[in-house]
Design a protein around this ligand. Structure first.
Ligand code: ADP
Ligand code: MG
Length: 354
């Protein structure tokens, strides 16, 4: 059993509270991603799991054993950092085997484990090179190899792909996911990039300001965000938001600040009478058959597979992702339907899902 339990974990630097009591359960073999904007405390939390940062309050267990007072080397974890931290004077093989050597392993055993990790990561042809002779993606793979040879209970990753260009990031994302499917080791992975979180995780923990906003599978967070923050953070292009008052009972209508009224799907009836924030994802907009919300086309961006249209509604920008090829021109006024069954309703005061 090598799951993790994070119980009411807090961190303060002097009088400044950074992590405000975080609870997360991570099952054995689960791939969990901590995601949130820069400065929300992701690295601090990961470093507390690793033992590189003292815990101000609460408890962390790995494999059922409380590790609060254990040294990093006694926690049976391996950490991969954004900057790889490879030894420049050592070859790839030496970099990968170094931790085993320090732990007193014999050469045949080190060679065997390094060979196996190199095989998994496609690094055999590079074993005698120095880090300076490798591309960014290859260095990243060596850093992962160094973690794999130690056969830890838990892998900890802190933004491991942030230094790579966009194309390589996509490739490494798939490699890390495939690696997890093969090794089935518990992973806790930190990123600010919600796409990385969506594409790789079994379970996502969304953090903001040192607090957990929501925990769920990628599609749970996408389909049922529990508050406006999660709704706006997960998904790209981001969810559109409109504020207004809901009326009409079984024929729900949203009244915008200007007095403009728009029909909504029947699913809105449960929020009747409230001041709301309505959230609609860019792919859930459509042309209205009659009535509809007037919107001015500002920018049309064809991506080939779809068209991204920036529109203005009452001074707010909203985005429409059209699957079909759009024949729209800047300045044109279109009528949008908000009658999608996938519209989200949040209480304006509490920002919580209704
Ligand atoms: N050693 C430190 N002393 C004081 N504040 C710190 C220290 N390390 C991090 N912080 C603060 O803690 C907050 C969370 O930092 P961090 O965990 O690095 O965020 P993230 O990884 O999510 O970007 C930030 O506001 C940061 O300024
Ligand atoms: Mg960080």
């Amino acid at each position: 059993m090598s799951g993790l339990a994070i119980r009411n974990v807090k961190k303060s630097y002097g009088a400044v509270d950074i992590i405000h009591g975080v609870d997360v359960d991570i099952a054995d073999g689960e791939f969990v991603i901590l995601v949130g904007p820069s400065g929300c405390g992701k690295s601090t939390l990961l470093r507390m799991i690793a033992g590189l940062e003292e815990i101000t309050g609460g408890e962390i267990s790995i494999g059922g054993r409380v590790v609060n007072n254990l040294q990093p080397k006694d926690r049976d974890i391996a950490m991969v950092f954004q900057n790889y931290a490879l030894y420049p004077q050592m070859t790839v093989a030496q970099n990968m085997g170094f931790a085993l050597e320090l732990a007193g392993a014999k050469k045949p055993e080190i060679d065997k484990k390094v060979g196996e990790a190199a095989e998994i990561l496609g690094l055999q042809p590079l074993l005698s090179r120095k880090p300076a002779q490798l591309s960014g993606g290859q260095r990243q793979r060596v850093a992962m190899g160094r973690a794999i040879v130690r056969d830890p209970k838990v892998f900890l990753f802190d933004e491991p792909l942030s230094n790579l260009d966009a194309k390589l990031r996509v490739k490494m994302r798939a490699e890390i996911k495939a690696l997890h499917q093969r090794l089935k080791t518990t992973i806790v992975y930190v990123t600010h990039d919600q796409i990385e979180a969506m594409t790789m995780a079994d379970k996502i923990v969304v953090l903001q300001g040192g607090k957990v906003e929501q925990i769920g599978t990628p599609l749970e967070l996408y389909d049922r965000p529990q508050n406006v923050f999660v709704a706006g953070f997960m998904g790209s292009p981001a969810m559109n938001f409109l504020e207004g008052k809901l009326t009409g009972g079984d024929k729900p209508q949203l009244t915008l600040p200007s007095g403009q009224q728009v029909e909504l799907s029947q699913g809105a009836a449960h929020a009747d009478g409230r001041d709301v924030i309505v959230g609609i994802r860019p792919e859930d907009l459509a042309f209205a058959e009659n009535g509809g919300l007037p919107a001015t086309v500002r920018v049309v961006e064809p991506t080939g597979s779809e068209t991204h249209v920036a529109l203005e509604v009452e001074g707010r920008e909203i985005t429409w992702v059209m699957r079909e090829r759009a024949d729209l021109t800047p300045g044109q006024i279109v009528k949008l339907s908000l009658k999608s069954p996938n519209v989200h309703f949040f209480d304006k005061a509490t920002q919580r899902r209704i």
